[in-house]
Unconditional design. Structure first.
Length: 367
């Protein structure tokens, strides 16, 4: 008998959001599927990248340049760091995995919020880490005090998604500073800014500011959300030179494919697309929040491209009725939030369609 690692026996794989094809098959829906469930960019990919992909078709028999230097330079330029401080991943998921590959021995501790982005836990399980899960505080925000209270001499890394998934909530500069000042030396704080481009307002800090102040942080970013390239899998980390060097040393030589490498450069240069994505999200989340609040539901203040809404005892009805109409939102029962649904921001007309459908479901439910 083959003896696999015993700690993998209980591993449950990450449950990904369903694709349009899967949904059509499973629900027998012929018409349009409205995807408010996976925090993807409803604008579709940037035109600049679509054109590039066509041009690159003639080159995919070649390996990409393994140093990925042009993309690293582009990212370095954006954040005013050196290219050697940039680590590239096949999606930001892979950058997160580098932390485990490079840092975590079986039995080492990591700290995550409960709930938060599930891959921190999944990688923790795969790499045999002891995972400390700290519940969000009463405002459903990362509980920095409790996280600090749970640090031990075995703690290697703390994962903070900021904005947080699934609430979309953030913490202030003052809260971050107090937290980072209290984290002991030798513990890496991973600031996951998958939704960082959707933060509005000066009071909410970006991780780069703490990196530049010398804190032991790794900032993780992705081109899956604000740049509309989830299917290409491009993510990156920015950190101190010595950390970046180690993280970079555990990657496969060609972890980004040729198209992702070149498309990353093109997308980061396409500032118009980024601005359009941001505007869409800023306006869409305002519209959706205000319409749902008018209906009497509590919406958490989100700085991400989704909102988390408390539908009370109507959550199940709304989820199921929307599903029948080919409109998908994300139920949060698995996270322990039975009365909440998470809704990704869509195109303006899609948002209106969603609101009209919820309104109609409620009206019918009351008859
Ligand atoms: C908080 C957070 N981090 C990271 C990711 C991973 O993104 P990707 O691997 O597409 O870059 C996601 C995806 O949904 C996320 O929500």
């Amino acid at each position: 008998m083959i003896k696999f690692k015993t700690h993998l026996k209980s591993l449950v794989p990450y449950p990904p959001g369903k694709t349009v094809d899967e949904l059509k098959r499973e629900l027998g829906i012929k018409g349009k599927i409205y995807k408010f469930n996976s925090n993807e960019n409803p604008l579709g990919p940037p035109d600049s990248v679509k054109k590039l992909i066509k041009d690159l078709a003639e080159s995919v028999h070649l390996y990409p340049e393994a140093s990925y230097i042009e993309l690293k330079k582009k990212i370095a330029e954006l954040w005013n760091v050196s290219p050697e401080q940039v680590v590239l991943g096949n999606g930001s998921d892979e950058v997160l995995e580098f932390v485990f590959k490079a840092l975590i021995n079986p039995g080492d501790e990591i700290i995550v919020s409960q709930p938060s982005f599930l891959m921190y836990e999944k990688f923790g399980e795969i790499y045999g880490a002891t995972i400390k899960k700290i519940p969000l505080n009463e405002k459903l925000v990362h509980d920095f005090n409790e996280i600090l209270n749970n640090i031990t001499s075995n703690t290697k890394a703390i994962f903070i998604d900021h904005p947080h998934n699934p609430t979309g909530q953030v913490l202030s500069r003052k809260e971050w500073e107090a937290f980072l000042n209290a984290v002991p030396e030798g513990v890496l704080v991973v600031i996951d800014e998958a939704y960082g481009d959707f933060i509005e307002g000066q009071d909410v800090p970006l991780g780069i500011e703490f990196l530049k102040k010398g804190y032991a942080v790794l900032i993780v970013r992705t081109l899956s959300k604000s740049y509309g390239l989830a299917g290409l899998r491009i993510g990156y980390g920015i950190t101190h030179l010595e950390v970046a060097k180690i993280l970079d040393s555990v990657r496969q030589p060609f972890n980004l494919n040729l198209i992702a490498y070149k498309a990353g450069i093109t997308a980061l240069e396409d500032r118009d697309y980024l601005k359009k994505s941001q505007k869409l999200v800023f306006e869409g989340r305002k519209y959706l929040s205000s319409e749902l609040e008018k209906m009497g539901f509590k919406v958490l203040p989100s700085q991400a491209n989704f909102i988390m809404v408390n539908f009370g005892d109507k959550a199940k009805l709304i989820y199921e009725e929307l599903l029948k109409r080919g409109i998908l939102v994300r139920p949060l029962g698995a996270y322990g939030f039975n009365s909440y649904l998470r809704i990704s921001i869509g195109l303006p007309e899609e948002n209106v369609y969603l609101i009209n459908n919820i309104d109609e479901i409620l009206q019918r439910g009351e008859k």
